[in-house]
Design a protein. Structure first.
Length: 262
């Protein structure tokens, strides 16, 4: 069973839920709970990023969270990413130095669904991509976020339709290119997005330059908590400081993990 979560505290999220219920055949089966085949949709009142343990009551094999995206620059973007905190500082939910499990295949399916929706829905001016692992919640359930955001306070219905489509695609994707984890570069992971859209790799956890350096424990978490169990790291070579890169390569060598340059 796979689970889609929408939050009443997030206008984009609850609109995605409404579009899914009205347009994708979800039927009520309980209090704030809907089903379409083996995909469930759950409506929660709380802001999703702050609900540690999210989805653990239903124990799905995958959890897909529809969400808004906040862009300080006002860039219109459709994004998907894993969740967790690389360091000791917790800014938006989750726990320090804790990654939640994620699925590279689900992220790959979501990314491609967003890419296709931009063309089909004529969403001019909207970018599509992966984001690195960031924010909460902390949960034992494999989780991805799918987000739409831009300069407008009110969600763009066509963009939220893209999120709804991607939620379904993430739940239904069961194959893709070889799984990998990523290190380096910026928050919006342009190198990893490019590799994924070229069909070369699917990405689980991704750590940006600003979160480096990280230690062996966090690298192990990135590997173990990407459910496809990748044994390959893709490194944004120019997107890492030299000393951070040297430390990372030493850890990867010690763990017996292959790596390639991005």
């Amino acid at each position: 069973m796979r689970l889609i979560v929408v939050s009443e505290a997030d206008p984009t999220s609850i609109l995605a839920g409404r579009l899914l219920i009205e347009g994708y055949g979800f039927k009520p089966i309980g209090d704030r709970l809907y089903a379409r085949g083996d995909i469930l949709l759950k409506v929660i009142a709380e802001k999703h990023v702050h609900v540690n343990g999210l989805g653990e009551d239903l124990r799905p094999e995958l959890q897909v969270v529809a969400s808004s995206h906040r862009s300080e620059a006002g860039v219109r973007a459709l994004l998907t990413h894993p969740v967790g905190n690389w360091g000791d500082e917790v800014l938006v939910g989750g726990l320090p130095r804790t990654l939640s499990p994620t699925s590279a295949m689900a992220l790959y399916g979501a990314l491609w669904a967003l890419h296709d929706a931009v063309l089909e829905l004529e969403l001019e001016g909207w970018s599509v991509g992966l984001e690195v692992t960031h924010h909460g919640p902390a949960t034992s359930v494999p989780t991805i976020f799918i987000e739409a955001g831009g300069p407008l306070e009110e969600p763009d219905q066509r963009a939220v339709e893209a999120v709804a489509r991607a939620c379904i695609a993430a739940c239904e994707t069961c194959s893709g290119p070889p799984p990998a984890i990523g290190f380096g570069g910026g928050h919006y992971a342009p190198s990893f997005t490019r590799f994924a859209l070229a069909g070369e790799y699917s990405f689980g956890h991704m750590c940006p330059k600003y979160a480096m350096p990280i230690d062996r424990l966090m690298v192990e978490q990135a590997l173990e908590k990407t459910i496809e169990k990748p044994r390959l790291a893709v490194i944004d070579w120019k997107g890492l400081r030299g000393h951070d890169r040297d430390l990372l390569l030493s850890i990867l060598k010690d763990l017996g993990v292959e790596w390639v340059k991005a």
